[in-house]
Every structure is written in structure tokens, then in C-alpha cells.
Design a protein around this ligand. Sequence first.
Ligand code: GDP
Ligand code: MG
Length: 597
Amino acid sequence: TPLDRIRNFSIIAHIDHGKSTLADRLIQRTGGLSDREMTAQVLDNMEIEKERGITIKAQTVRLDYKGYVLNLMDTPGHVDFAYEVSRSLAACEGALLVVDAAQGVEAQTLANVYQSIEHDHEIVPVINKIDLPAAEPDKVKAEIEDIIGLPADDAVLASAKSGIGIDEILDAIVARIPAPKGDSEAPLKAMLVDSWYDPYLGVVILVRVVDGVLRKGQQIKFMNAGTTHLVDRVGCFRPKIEQLADLGPGEIGFITAQIKEITETRVGDTITDARRPAPAALAGFKEVQPVVFCGLFPVDANDFEKLRESISKLRLNDASFSFEMETSAALGFGFRCGFLGLLHLEIIQERLTREYDLDLITTAPSVVYHIHLTHSKTEDAHMIELHNPADMPDPNRIESIEEPWIEATIYVPDEYLGAILKLCQDRRGIQQDLTYVGGRAQLRYELPLNEVVFDFYDRLKSISRGYASFDYHQIGYREGDLVKMSILVNNEPVDALSMIVHRAAAEARGRHMCERLKDLIPRHLFKIPIQAAIGGKVIARETIAALRKDVTAKCYGGDITRKRKLLEKQKEGKKRMREYGSVQIPQEAFIAALRMG
Ligand code: GDP
Ligand code: MG
């Protein structure tokens, strides 16, 4: 396809403003699928994506419109996947900014819009849902101009649901989004935008060709990984697979090259011709490193092998999470897993539970600490990376502990600013900047990642009623006064609940954990002490009173069906319990105890 006939764009929107519906409508209008094949939300193909409305893996569809080739890239919207968003945006020249005509501009869109602007995108505003009685397109236009600073005079008014404005959107893409640039004679240079494992095709690689031509039968080289492969398929998605002879400059499509492991393909790598390599790789290659770790253990020890198989399968599709075997005194055999962030952790955990039907216990999430050790009889002084609080070395050998810090950017409507400032302050944040964009505050804070991984994002959302948006990047390691806090139930340490905390926050956190556990652990026939301790020193304690036998009898004695229900519920619950010093702890207690509320 000649360059001037290609347009590459993505769609950015706040959740629920209609991105998926619009994408489906564009595919339908340009004939990618027959009406019969058109099932709702073609682009969100994973079950969890559909349910949560989160796009996890970027997908691309090629549309034909009036002699033009339009490549629509879907992008994940969440900070955990910021790097994938950035790669997808780098593959486009423009974006549709979809705003709900009744809701107006919302803060979660902002981070993505600014990323898009950073990539020099031409942005076409689309005001969606104009069919709604509450639609206020003029007010929304003004918001786009005031808050985002984009001209909105020629914003397209649309209803993805009723099919209004679809042709206008397609025309605007052709007229306003610039054609890609590139040189078909130059040595091949293509960006590896995404990759995933397909049971029939093996590893599929999504590419954006910058210069040169990518052909079937070509020997290619991944410039950062240093490996070479033979291309055996070239094609695109419409969204059905269509094989092509080649992909030229400016084109987006996929290749397969008999690659078995997704770990061999790294997002952001540059693909070149092995026989005629480009002199330099494309800028911006970044290795994605897991930043949050936790242990995953089967509730039923017999499920360990099943867990191993399931994790290995998931890993085929997601090279960004890591795992290695772990043993815990209380939980038995399991895996220590690394994730890009908390949402990533939740998604993997949920897929294991749902798609592989596993009952799991998840331990407290932890970041990676740098522990500097003094020399001992057998070892010189050196640094270790600690992924698991349970592996904390003897405090006497620790010279210092460093923890990862991030710089966070937060957009928040003025009315919630005070509460957000307090949240950041409580989490040891250091304010860098506070400015106003439209009616919103833009805050920049440096924060220890440790304070963010638990529930920072949830708190931010609930304090601001969903209006705050949050984005962050790591800024390196800094020394901190950190200690390991253990939790003891009935005088027995529960290794899965031990965590590394800032000394100043230890007492409050310990007290909170004890109070939480007191509520979460059911009463037993004996008294149960719950304690938080640093080293041998108890810093907080609670006691669960013993259950009086006749209480249940009295409560449920009369109503036999209610009693049976209760017993059944208890039986169901049994599976999800763990025993510590003859105390039964329900699985929910592990997760719930870690939320700071
Ligand atoms: P996404 O989260 O941005 O992908 O949003 P969806 O495409 O999933 O849409 C969210 C909800 O808004 C769904 O219930 C859609 O049916 C609805 N919706 C999308 N576009 C329109 C529209 O133009 N008009 C109306 N009334 N509803 C719409
Ligand atoms: Mg969607």
C-alpha cells in the first residue's frame, strides 16, 4: 500500500465512554465482518476483559475505506500496562478521543491523551452518545478545549450505539490524521509492538514497519535480543486473519516465525533484515521488569501440579509476569510470582481461579528491596535483591535497606484535592509540584512504591469518586528505615502475612492488622491471641474471645433449614481455610487483612 493511502490510529477514552462499541461499529461499517459474524465487542476477546471492561492486550484491525487502509489499534488503558500503551501509541500517527456527551471529560482519559500528544499525534475528538437525552455536546466541547487544551470546533458528534456519525469519523481519520512516513528502499526496520501465544500459529508478533519491507521467507533479526528467525507468515487482522505477501513502510500487521516461546520476543524490540541489517535500532527499547511480587499457593496441596501447569500456560501469553517455585512452612508448595502492578496481579490470579478452576491463597504483595549486607565469616559484604519478606536475612547482618521509589502524576478535581494530598502525605509522599489544568489540579509526588502497591489506587479512586487519574514511573532506589513485621496467630508466626514496613508506620500497621484479623478469623472454642512483632518485640496485640458452645445452639436451634444452610456454608468454607496453631484462617482473611482501609 502506498504511504499516502495508510492511516494508523488508536482510540482513547475514559472507561465506558464507548470505545469498544465504536470500534465494533467501524469494523462493521467497513465490512470486516458480516452482520452474522458481528458479535458484540469484537476487540475485547478475553473473558475478563469483557467483564471488567479493561483491554489487556492491544489488538489491531485493518479497515478498508474509500481506497484507504485504516489500521485501528486498541490500547490497554491502565497504568500497569503503561509501557504497552506507549508502544501502541508509538505505532500510530493519530488518535480518536472519545468523550461521553453526557459525562464529559473525565480524569482517567487525561494521562492517555497527554501520552498521545507526546507522540505528536493528531487527535480527532469524537463526542459519543449524542442519542442520550442528557447529552450536552456543546458543554463537552468547551471541556475538551478548557481541560485538555484541544480545539473542539470540528469534533465529530456521534452515537456508536445508533450508528450516527460513523462515516464522518472515518472521513475525519482520512482527512485529518497524517499518513505515515518511511522509505521502502532502506534496510528493514520494524517495531515489535506486541506478541502473544496462539495455540494454532505459535507466537504471533504484531509489527509496525518503519522502513523497508517485511516478507514471507525473510531471515529477520531482533536487534536487542540478538536472535534470528525465518518469517513463515505475514498478514493482518480484519479482524479475521488474512495472509499477505509482505508489509511495507507505515503498515501494521503480524508475522509468525516458528518461535516457540513468547519470552524470545520483547515488546519494543526492533526487527531488521538479518542479511541487510539497519545501522541502528529504533529508540525507546525498555525491558519490562516485574515490580510487585507475591506468593500463590493452592488451598488444596494436591493441586500443586495443576497450578504449575496452569501458570506455565498463562506465561505463554504474557511474558511480563515471572514465577519460580517457593515453599512456605504454613502454605506448603507454591510459586513466587512477579507482576507489573496490582491489577496485573489480580488479573492473573483471577484467570487461574476462573479459567483453571484453582482455589488459591495469595500472600501479601511486596516490592523488590535491595538489602546491603555487612561481611560475615563466610561472605564479603554484598547486596541481595529481596522478593519475599520471608527471606529477610538476620537483622544483625543488614547494613542498610533500599526500596524503589516512583514519581506519580495525579489529576484530580479541586474538591477532592485536600483528601488526596493527605493520602499522599500518609504514604510518605514528597510533593514536587501542584498546578492547575482547567478546573483540575495536577499533582506530582515522589512516593515509595511499597506504599502504593497495597491499595493506593483503590483509595485514590474511592476518595475522588473515580475522578482522579494516576500514572507513575520508577525513579530508582532510596535508603529507608525498614523492618520486617511478623504476625503471630495463637503464638505461631504466619509467614504469608509477614511484611516489610517503614519503622514509623509499623505500629499503626501492626495494630490495624491485628484488629482486622480479629474480625476476620472466626471464633474458636479457645482464646486466640493475635500479635504483630518486630524481631522478638510485640508491637500490637488483640485477642479473639473463646466461643461459648451454647451460642450457636440458641441462635439456630429452632430453625432447622437455617442451621443446615449454615453447616453447608461452613463445609464450603472449610476448603478455603488454612490451619495455624490449630486456628482456622479463611482465605479471604489473608487478602482482606492487607488492605489498609
Ligand atoms: P468502553 O469501556 O469505552 O469500551 O465502552 P463500551 O463500548 O463498552 O460502552 C459502555 C456502555 O455504553 C455500553 O453499555 C454501551 O452499550 C454504551 N454505549 C456505547 N456507545 C453508546 C452510544 O452512542 N449511545 C448510548 N446510549 N450508549 C452507548
Ligand atoms: Mg471497552
